[in-house]
Ligand binder design. Structure first.
Ligand SMILES: C[S@@+](CC[C@H](N)C(=O)[O-])C[C@H]1O[C@@H](n2cnc3c(N)ncnc32)[C@H](O)[C@@H]1O
Length: 257
């Protein structure tokens, strides 16, 4: 096994362990990826850049160590959320994450906000009963996916990390819980909902509340199993009020002009 094969074996192994290993999922991941590549719209991309700030940022590594068992989000995307929060520290507003699962990426962001001395709340919103609103674009997903969690698991993580700035909102967002977001403005929205319609509904609610210069980060962008999210990010290109960035790590980053 060469270095990169070993790396991907470890990476997918960890992902499967965290998401509840199943043979079906284990076999499906590489197949879905191969099918996406065959379609011509996807390719395995290996950036030649080697800059890796997540390796030397000791505070990030300390906090990431506390959340990594509770997240499906890899270290590269976690570090991006971490660094973006510093980038938007002058922008007013709260943080909203829709798609929390076991709380890892949300707790990381809450720890970062506190570490930066920013007192705004971090709203972590999930059904804790799995994905909703799967539609024709979301061919690899069904409603109820990622239900292997609970609000109590996230509460326990938040308590272990001593985070006082977190509010947990349970229900379908935005319909059932957005009214509980009492902050006047938002600085960052993390959309990690896996499917087209949820991503669209979240952003239609959040965009008017996002401060100018604020950021919406779409997880799963470009992932072979999440074509609905990729489609929704692409639909936002050339809209006059936003700048859309394609990051090879699986983040679509949309900045409000
Ligand atoms: C991939 S997981 C989130 C991963 C998480 N950010 C982490 O750190 O591992 C997706 C989550 O989105 C939630 N979800 C999807 N659509 C939703 C919606 N419209 N409202 C609330 N939760 C939603 C699901 O219940 C699931 O827990």
């Amino acid at each position: 096994m060469d270095g990169s094969t070993r790396f991907y074996a470890r990476y997918y192994g960890g992902l499967l362990r965290r998401s509840g290993f199943s043979l079906a999922k284990g076999l499906a991941l590489p197949l879905v990826r191969a099918e996406a590549v065959r379609s011509g719209a996807h390719a395995m991309a290996y950036p030649i850049s080697t800059y890796a700030p997540w390796q030397s940022d000791s505070e990030f590594r300390r906090v990431y160590g506390k959340v990594r068992a509770n997240t499906l989000v890899d270290i590269w995307r976690c570090h991006e959320l971490w660094s973006l929060l510093a980038e938007v520290c002058e922008i007013p507003g709260a943080v909203v994450e829709v798609g929390v699962w076991r709380g890892g990426s949300g707790a990381l962001m809450a720890a970062r906000m506190a570490g930066l001395g920013l007192g705004d709340p971090v709203y972590l919103c999930d059904t804790w009963e799995g994905v909703v609103k799967t539609g024709p674009d979301d061919i690899y997903y069904h409603d109820g996916e990622h239900a292997d969690t609970s609000k109590a698991i996230v509460q326990a993580l938040v308590a272990r990390m001593g985070l006082a700035n977190v509010q947990l909102l349970q229900g379908v967002f935005p319909e059932e819980t957005a009214a509980q977001v009492t902050a006047d403005a938002l600085r960052l929205v993390h959309v990690d909902v896996d499917v087209y319609q949820s991503a669209k509904d979240v952003i239609e609610w959040a965009w008017p509340r996002l401060s100018s210069g604020g950021v919406a980060v779409f997880d799963d962008y470009g992932f072979p199993a999440c074509p609905g999210v990729t489609r929704f990010v692409e639909e936002q290109r050339r809209m006059p009020d936003r700048l859309v960035l394609h990051n090879l790590n699986g983040h679509g980053i949309v900045i409000k002009r």
